[in-house]
Design a protein around this ligand. Sequence first.
Ligand SMILES: N[C@@H](CCC(=O)N[C@@H](CS)C(=O)NCC(=O)O)C(=O)O
Length: 220
Amino acid sequence: MIRVSAFRWVPPFAQGLVRDLRVRWALEEAGLPYEVMLIGPDEQKSESYRRLQPFGQVPAIDDDGLVLFESCAIVMHLGQRSEALMPRDDPAQARVRTWMLAALNTIEPPITTLNVIDLQPGGAPAGAKDMRDSVVARIGGRLDSLAAFLGGRENLVEERFTAADLLMTTVLRILRTTDLVSKRPTLEAYRLRHEARPTFQKALAAQMATFAKHAPPVKQ
Ligand SMILES: N[C@@H](CCC(=O)N[C@@H](CS)C(=O)NCC(=O)O)C(=O)O
């Protein structure tokens, strides 16, 4: 049975975005049975968890002794096991891998930079405005290119849902507190279409239910 690591609880700004969602969603698409291994700050630092994920992050998986981390590597591994995520022929698989990496290496990095600026404790420092504007412009350029590539297509590769759409959708979601995706109708429709998949809804509901169950008591 595949075991996936996930956080017991994260603050609301991160709920629904934590990267174990990618793996849960892929497992739901593949129809593979799995169990979730919940961790918190203490386990993150522990030697036993670092053997699964050297940086103490989530997600990691243990697939009957095969230990993997990095959400992209995990979803690629699951793609090898299920045609629901990856077509079986080599050229099509190569195209899917290309777009998986484009999602995480080309689209996601400037979005991560924006998050670092916006999530500074106490808000972004005054001097960060120019840098923020330039990061937003970079994200906008990448999103325009993505929208141009998609044009009227529903999916990135092979005119069917693949692991490339799965990762790209989870990356676009990160921008939910901005209008960067919502003001681009092609991308907004793409995101909403894939988020409407029952497999995504099931994975998201499971992640959110865990956070609700382990929410810290509200201070009076
Ligand atoms: N590149 C890694 C990034 C993993 C990552 O950033 N995980 C976050 C949660 S979404 C985490 O564990 N953060 C806690 C930390 O970095 O200590 C992947 O895609 O798996």
